[in-house]
Design a protein around this ligand. Sequence first.
Ligand SMILES: *Cc1c(COP(=O)(O)O)cnc(C)c1O
Length: 236
Amino acid sequence: MGGIAENLETVRARIAAACARAGRAPESVRLLAVSKTHGPEAVRAAAAAGQRLFGENRVQEAAAKIPECPGQLEWHLIGPLQSNKAAQAARLFDWVHSVDSAKRLEALDRQAADAGRHLRARVQVNVSGERSKSGLAPEAVLEVLALADRLRNVQICGLMTIPPLAEDPETARPHFRKLRELRDAWAAETGLDLTELSMGMTHDLDVAIAEGATFVRVGTGIFGTRARPAEGAEET
Ligand SMILES: *Cc1c(COP(=O)(O)O)cnc(C)c1O
């Protein structure tokens, strides 16, 4: 694994190639650099190489890190949001990818209003129905989308999913495809603009782009292996 700037180049080339294969415009996919477990110096190195969007999965860790990072970066929460962290999250983040309950979405909206901030959100869907995975069961999503009209400071822009971990990235394809199909159905049913699909990580971003991802969340591919053991997509 090379340096951060070099890794970013490699990931950007992968995104461009996947877009070309899918007949998509390269700017239709945005790269989110997942900096969890890495310090502000890693964020600064990526920012110096032109990266602007960063993802964190823990509010606490982000609260310590973000003030140490350059301004003008856009921060995305990609890990579970607890109601008692909603105030902090509303101040720190521009996007929340991991909305998984009506109650927490309403708490986030209240806190965003108090903080005078406008946030964009995605509802995290547990497409696979796997028990260990976070996110809402597909049957529970419409109830959360129905809140959209009542929210003042949070705009629901799409969906996010984390497929079950598997060696072969092709294993993730049906999950990505299913998220896109659910999105199409729910957008038609609710009239909401659910354009944004947050799906794909280091090992399966190419497949995710082929299936319609608009945000890919890449950690290891940019920053290298995470030192903290057992760190993963599911950790809170
Ligand atoms: C850590 C994490 C990622 C990045 O995973 P890599 O395999 O390191 O690219 C993406 N999404 C979520 C939700 C994560 O927690």
